[in-house]
Design a protein around this ligand. Structure first.
Ligand SMILES: Nc1ncnc2c1ncn2[C@@H]1O[C@H](COP(=O)(O)OP(=O)(O)O)[C@@H](O)[C@H]1O
Ligand SMILES: [Mg+2]
Length: 256
């Protein structure tokens, strides 16, 4: 099977202004290979670098890659800006968790679709395309006219993210479950949404950064990686999740 996505020896530190003393590395040599159709879960204790990894893969200017590379569909994208990655088919929607004043869900989706595929759908065409997904995700049809993330509940944010993923049809979706305290409903929406999108597009790769074991029980990822101290210290399958539930992260720290 072809490699969709490959991270080799990735080392990352916070970006610093010129002349300032650089901070310590957060990612310290991380390797990850994702083939088409695979779901990889990355788990780890707080502060292990999960969100830094997610943000770096999405091209956040907040972080600086000091060594290693990120390859996507044969291209070295390590230095690509976020919008170029999106255009190539890396899913970037989760980088906009904040409100964007005065932009509705459907307007945002239309812009993102235009950037991703060069498709200029009319609002009406896009409305038709979203209706099916709104029904599947249990959303009211008025949802797309609300302003992006303004007063959204956790569950609504998640539904919106899943709908963006469904409509934008990425080759690789990187989902960072950054917010703690997602309720059971929100977890279920994410799990069901990922299943539905995969059923339609079985070639899509998924990297799911999470500390929710429950989410993984529902998604049943192909590969599970444990991240401690900026490195993947162990890789395996769902048995690692069971081991975590039993022993906690302590057992994995010795590998770091
Ligand atoms: N922009 C930043 N500047 C300085 N330190 C950072 C920055 N981002 C993350 N860190 C530090 O890097 C470590 C890993 O953070 P993070 O990637 O958020 O971990 P996780 O998501 O696994 O909890 C933490 O110690 C955090 O304080
Ligand atoms: Mg985090």
């Amino acid at each position: 099977m072809t490699e969709l996505f490959q991270v080799v020896g990735l080392r990352v530190r916070p970006a610093t202004e010129q002349g300032a003393i650089p901070g310590d590395e957060i990612l310290k040599g991380l390797d990850l290979t994702v083939r088409a159709g695979e779901v990889h879960a990355i788990m780890g204790p707080n502060g292990s670098g999960k969100s830094t990894l997610g943000n770096t893969l999405l091209g956040s200017p907040e972080y600086e890659v000091t060594a290693g590379s990120i390859r996507f569909q044969g291209d070295d994208v390590t230095d690509w800006p976020a919008d170029e990655r999106a255009k190539a088919g890396m899913f970037l929607a989760f980088q906009y968790p904040q409100e964007i004043a005065g932009v509705s869900v459907i307007q945002f989706l239309r812009q993102a679709l235009s950037a991703r595929k060069g498709l200029d759908l009319s609002v009406l065409e896009l409305r038709l395309a979203t209706m099916d997904w709104m029904k599947r995700l249990g959303m009211d049809s008025s949802f797309v006219d609300r302003y992006l993330n303004e007063g959204f509940s956790g569950g609504e944010k998640k539904r919106n993210e899943i709908m963006q993923m469904a409509i934008l049809e990425p080759e690789l979706a990187i989902l960072d479950e950054t917010d703690s305290g997602l309720d059971i409903d929100a977890l279920r929406i994410v799990a069901q949404g990922i299943r539905e999108v995969r059923a339609e597009r079985p070639e899509m790769g998924v990297v799911l950064v999470t500390h929710y074991q429950r989410l993984l029980d529902e998604i049943q990822p192909d590969h599970v990686h444990i991240m401690v101290g900026g490195r993947i210290v162990q890789s395996g399958g769902m048995e690692l999740v069971e081991q975590l539930e039993r022993d906690g992260y302590e057992a994995f720290r010795t590998h770091a």
